[in-house]
Every structure is written in C-alpha cells, then in structure tokens.
Unconditional design. Structure first.
Length: 369
C-alpha cells in the first residue's frame, strides 16, 4: 500500500514539474522575444547615431536577463517543492484510509468479525468505510446467530434423544418395564424429533428462497374458520373460548397450504399459552399500510403476554420467552420463525403486540393483488 502512496505522489509531482518547466520555458521565451522587440525599437530610434544591436545589448541588459532567468529557476524550484509536499499530502489523505481498510479486511480474514474502521469523511472512501463497517457488524451478528442456532439445535435434539436412549438402555437392562405406556412415550419423543427436523428443513428452504409457492386466488375467511374449527377440541380441553370475527375481504393470491400452516402455528401458540377459561379470537379485515391495501388476519388472546424485552426477538430461531413452558407444552421454538418467512415469501409482513399479563396479538398482512 505504501507503493500506492509513492505512485500517487510521483504522478502528482510529475504533473507539477511538467507544468512548471513548460511555464518557465514559455515565460523565458516570451520575455526574450519582448525584450528583443524593445531593443529593436531603441535601435530604430538610434539608427542615425549608428548604434548597433550588439552595442545596445550591454552589461545592464545582460544582467537583467540573467536575473530573470535566475528568478524563474528559483520560483520554479519553489513551486516544485510545494508541489512535492502537496502531492505527498494528497497521496497520504487517499492511501491512509485505504491502509486502514486493508488492515481491517485482513482482520476479518483472520476471524475477527465485527472489526470496524474509524474513517470520518463524506467522500467515496468514507462511504466505502461505512459500508465495510455495516458488513463487518452483519457478519459478526450472523456468526453469533449461527453459533446460537447450532447450540439450540443440539439442545433440542439432545433432550428427546437422551430420553429415548435412557429408556431403551433401561429396557435392555431390565430396569424399565417394556410396557405400552413406555413405548408410547418413546414414540412421542420420535414424533417431536421429526417435527423439529421438518421445521428446520422448511425454515432453511424459506430463508434460502427455495420454497416454491403454489399461488391461487383465495378467500382467506374459510381458511381462518377451518383453522379455528380444527383447534377447537384443544381449546375446549382447556376451557378456552375460541371464536372468529370475519369481515368481507377480497380474494388474494396465496399458497393455501402455507397460509394454513401460518394460521395453525399462530392459533396453536395462542391455545398453548392461554390459561384455562381464557379467550382467543381470530379477526380478518382490510387495511391500508404505506398506501397499499392488505388483508389483515389477527389472532388475539388474553393469555400471559410477552415482556417488552422479549417481544423484538420472538421471530428468531429457537427464541423463547419462557424456556421451560415451551418444551413442556410441545413447542419447538421454530414456529414463529417459519411464520415470518412464509408471510414474507408472500410479500407480506407479520407483527406482534403484547403486554405482560394482558395477552398478545399477532397480525399477518397479506397484500391485495
């Protein structure tokens, strides 16, 4: 990178030197031409006196020309020195930030994700530095999420596998009785494992943009009614009132199976975390957001709610506001992440509102064609 400094300095200095030499030559040439013209005028005025050109070009005139030549040389040398200093300063102002960026990229290469550079300027180099800093922070955050995801996956898979392994070892050793109840328990653990693996697969496909949507014009109201009726038995077991409030909405282009998946995830979460004698309501409406029309599907409950600290993270992989209840109640911690990805694949968005102790409201916005 230092060679770049010297190359820029050399280029700028060469331009200054060429300019100085050219201007000096032209100034010297023009000065001699005009001075000769001046002497010719004097010669014409003194022809009657028989004064020659050689006699007119005496010591004072020659001294005058010599002084002019010396002045041009000194001025030119001074300008060259100033040009050299200015060229080097300009080269450093360009290359010093580039050296910092180069050092930062080497730090990223060595695994120091999140490393940033302190370059405060409004030029192209400053914008490049800001872009680099954002990229570095994004890499660090993605790496943190990747590590956390791997740890969460290992944790999620380890628990049921440990249960299965422990029970099977006990059965082989005769410590645990091989009863239908025990076998059913082991079967439920394998079902849970299969659920996690399938959800992870769908989530990875959705995030990679490889999940194909089979769209068709559909009225979402029957889908919401069907999803509510499907979960009514679970709600009835907990004595939860599950109802619909459906407004007339236009048909929209959606993948019916995927939106059913979204509705089932949101409703099953509401049933899971709403206490006995609670209330859940599914509502549809047409709304305008940012000058665009959407069909809104809201799932409201009066359950435990989500804290303000947890709310911004609930759509992240495996994020749980309450780890113990989630595993106990059968949740994998992936459902809401899938909901977000599926809705965004439809060009929509999903938001959550909640207040601890008062309940939650999840709203899916699907664009009207």
């Amino acid at each position: 990178m230092y060679s770049l400094t010297y190359r820029i300095t050399g280029l700028m200095f060469s331009l200054v030197a060429i300019t100085v030499f050219t201007m000096s030559y032209l100034a010297n040439y023009q000065m001699e031409v005009h001075f000769s013209a001046y002497l010719n005028q004097l010669l014409l005025q003194n022809m009657l006196s028989n004064i020659s050109m050689g006699s007119m070009m005496g010591t004072p005139e020659q001294a005058f020309l010599a002084n002019i030549h010396r002045s041009l040389v000194w001025y030119g040398a001074g300008i060259l020195v100033i040009g050299l200093v200015a060229s080097y300063a300009l080269a450093r102002s360009i290359t010093v930030p580039l050296r910092r960026l180069s050092a930062a990229t080497e730090a990223i290469e060595q695994g120091k994700l999140g490393h940033t550079v302190d370059i405060n300027s409004n030029d192209e180099v400053g914008r490049l530095a800001n872009t680099f800093n954002r990229m570095s922070r994004a890499l660090a955050e993605n790496n943190r999420l990747r590590k956390r995801l791997l740890a969460d996956i290992a944790h999620e898979l380890k628990t049921p596998l440990s249960v299965i392994q422990g029970n099977l070892e006990g059965m082989l050793e005769g410590v645990v009785e091989t009863s239908p109840e025990q076998l059913h328990s082991l079967y439920e653990e394998t079902v849970y494992l299969n659920k996690i693996i399938n959800e992870l697969r769908e989530l990875s496909l959705a995030e990679a943009g490889q999940l194909t949507l089979e769209r068709q014009l559909t009225d979402v109201n029957p889908l919401v009614s069907r999803a509510v009726n499907m979960l009514k038995p679970l709600a009835d077991e907990k004595k939860i009132k599950l109802a619909c409030s459906l407004q007339h909405v236009p048909e929209i282009s959606i993948d019916v199976m995927r939106i059913n998946q979204v509705l089932y995830n949101l409703l099953s979460n509401a049933v899971r975390y709403t206490p006995a004698n609670g209330k859940i309501e599914a509502v549809t409406a047409v709304v305008n957001l940012d000058s665009r029309e959407y069909v809104a599907i809201s799932i409201r409950d009066n359950g435990k709610g989500i804290s303000a600290d947890d709310l911004p993270h609930i759509f992240e992989h495996f994020y749980r506001a309450d780890f113990a209840r989630d595993r106990k109640s059968g949740g994998s911690g992936i459902g809401l992440a899938i909901v977000k990805q599926l809705v965004e694949l439809h060009g929509g968005k999903v938001e959550a509102k909640s207040e601890l102790g008062k309940g939650s409201e999840f709203t899916v916005y699907l664009p009207v064609n």
